[in-house]
Design a protein around this ligand. Structure first.
Ligand code: PLP
Length: 282
């Protein structure tokens, strides 16, 4: 992969960071992932807006204009056509104190571009199996911070059970999202997803799905799915930037609906592919 470290281009393996970087010490950093189709960053403005909102929520004084330019330059210099871009902004290097250093250090910005590999291809045709695990994350899941240990635990639990993803459940059994994806259900042809709040990440793909539902004249409601409703739900699917749409056909070894990928999921997968084709040809 090709990296850009504070504006300087170099191979990813050659980037060096101080052990006093607050991202390393405290996880005091935010990140972003963007998909590149036909050499172009997809939903670029939406991702830039989310970076800006995260910088503001963290009082992180990084310059969005430079980040945008570095992303564009790194994509072109990489020569990759089908790729993903990882962006990581830390509060920078300072003597170790919990409170934010005053004056603020210069943020460190890492960007790298890697060739895209679809790690979900084995699950796309038959539909994926997932498990439900308790949501052990902190209470600001709306911030895309690099503090992902609870997400890693959940993802590892899913992997150990041969599953593609973990659905996160709160104490009352409400399913907020996946460990690295947004969650959608379909009940009586109505598409359901949890309302935005501090318990979920405002997914960029989630927003696109809302738009595609409108285009497909599918009714969509912001309503949290409860674990106890799963036996009445007709369809379930997950979305994320590199995952796109992943139909889910089994939860905790129980089939969803008839255990096959449902018609609404198929319709949205199709609409998503057409949307990307249009973007490629723009
Ligand atoms: N929810 C969580 C917890 C995530 O980590 C992600 C993506 O990484 C998503 C949702 C999906 O977000 P997006 O569609 O912006 O990739």
């Amino acid at each position: 992969p090709l990296a850009c470290w504070n504006g300087e281009r170099l191979p990813l393996s050659e980037v060096r960071v101080s052990v006093l970087d607050r991202g390393f010490l405290f996880g005091d950093a935010i990140y972003e992932v963007i998909r590149v189709y036909s050499g172009k960053p997809f939903l670029f403005q939406d991702h830039l807006n989310r970076i800006q909102r995260n910088l503001e929520k963290m009082s992180l004084p990084a310059d969005l204009g430079s980040i945008q330019r570095w992303i564009e330059e790194t994509i072109s210099a990489s020569g990759f056509v089908e790729a993903s871009v990882y962006i990581h902004v830390t509060r920078g290097v300072a003597p170790r104190t919990h409170r934010f250093p005053d004056p603020p250090p210069t943020p460190n910005v890492l960007i790298y571009v890697a060739a895209f590999h679809d790690s979900y291809s084995q699950f796309r045709h038959s539909g994926a199996s997932v498990v439900v695990v308790p949501d052990q994350r902190w209470k600001r899941c709306d911030i895309k911070s690099v503090n992902l240990l609870a997400n890693c635990f959940a993802s590892e639990m899913a992997h150990q059970q041969g599953c593609a993803e973990a659905l996160l459940s709160d104490d009352s059994g409400k399913l907020s999202e996946g460990s690295r994806s947004s969650l959608f259900g379909v009940k009586d042809s109505v598409v359901l997803t949890a309302p935005l709040g501090e318990n979920i990440l405002p997914g960029i793909t989630r927003r696109l799905i809302q738009q595609l539902c409108e285009e497909c004249q599918l009714e969509m409601r912001e309503e949290t799915i409860h674990q106890s409703q799963l036996d009445e739900i007709d369809e379930l699917f997950l979305t994320a930037t590199t995952m796109e749409i992943l139909p889910v056909t089994r939860v905790d070894d129980q089939p969803i609906g008839d255990g096959q990928i449902g018609p609404v999921s198929r319709q949205l997968v199709d609409a998503y592919q057409k949307h990307i084709e249009r973007f490629r040809n723009e």
